[in-house]
Design a protein around this ligand. Structure first.
Ligand SMILES: Nc1ncnc2c1ncn2[C@@H]1O[C@H](COP(=O)(O)OP(=O)(O)OP(=O)(O)O)[C@@H](O)[C@H]1O
Length: 257
């Protein structure tokens, strides 16, 4: 057993909508080890993004405890980085300047060195002076990855980061995420609607039930480091997760298999 990085204990969350309290997450209990890659899947609206936002410190849990390294989460921190489906780069800044945004208290030269290093990692060195509008969707998402990695977060929170990309770019970036994780040993927590992506990347897959979101199952993916998307075992995991969604209601179009 590795070191526990994140502990979520008896967490509940509701929102007030039209004057009424609506339960969004119910009795969430989850422990994530340092360096683990955990992927969360569940129907649209079951509270996956809300859970990520609570870990990021952007939303507050109503009850229970949510702690990182034994310290209760109380707002955003440099130890956690977040990547969203849209790249959220500032259009008026070059890619280089966007990447440097998260760096505080460093000289210009130090910032430049770091942004160069991370832009090289995501293969965007040649585009550092370009603006977001001059980049493709995949390139913009690479820049967003560099921006979140440059401040060296220990936990990377990924909210459907490749959801808007074409299939080939998506596969390329999935493989790069694995390389990044191998190099930096970050703990990764990703939300996705793509079951194949979940099986390809995860050490464990958290399956959530429809609203209010509860953890229905946590599946350990025992497929080794390099996974063959066409293998029988890979397909077996895909089917197992897909069956959870049949169980609840008829197939939902938001899920790709
Ligand atoms: N700030 C808010 N105020 C009120 N309701 C909210 C707020 N944020 C989220 N919700 C509601 O909470 C529920 C869960 O939202 P959330 O975005 O976490 O779901 P999700 O599982 O990530 O959905 P999707 O897969 O469609 O992105 C939804 O019904 C949403 O409308």
């Amino acid at each position: 057993m590795g070191k526990k990085k994140l502990i979520i204990h008896d967490v509940n969350k509701s929102f007030v909508v039209n004057g009424q309290s609506v339960d969004v997450l119910k009795d969430i209990n989850l422990e994530i080890e340092e360096g683990e890659f955990v992927v969360i899947v569940g129907h649209s609206g079951c509270g996956k993004s809300t859970l990520l936002k609570m870990i990021a410190g952007l939303e507050k849990n109503d009850t229970g405890i949510l702690s990182v390294d034994g310290k209760e989460v109380d707002g955003p921190g440099m130890d956690r980085g977040m990547i969203f489906q849209e790249h959220r780069l500032f259009p008026w800044m070059s890619i280089e300047k966007n990447v440097q945004l998260g760096l505080k208290g460093l000289s210009k030269e130090e910032k430049r060195k770091l942004s160069d290093q991370y832009l090289e990692l995501v293969k965007l060195s040649e585009f550092k002076k370009a603006y977001p509008s001059q980049l493709s969707g995949g390139m913009s998402q690479r820049a967003a990855i560099a921006r979140s990695l440059v401040s060296q977060p220990e936990i990377l929170l990924l909210d459907e980061p490749f959801g808007a990309l074409d299939a080939l770019t998506k596969i390329e970036l999935q493989e790069e995420m694995l390389k990044i994780r191998e190099r930096f040993h970050n703990t990764m927590i990703m939300v996705t609607h793509d079951i194949e992506e979940a099986v390809f990347l995860a050490d464990r897959i958290v399956v959530m039930s429809a609203r209010p979101g509860r953890i229905k199952d946590v599946i350990k993916v025992e497929l080794g480091k390099y996974r063959d998307r066409g293998s029988t075992d890979f397909t077996h995991y895909k089917k197992k997760i897909f069956d959870y969604f049949f169980e609840e209601k008829t197939v939902t179009p938001e899920y790709n298999i």
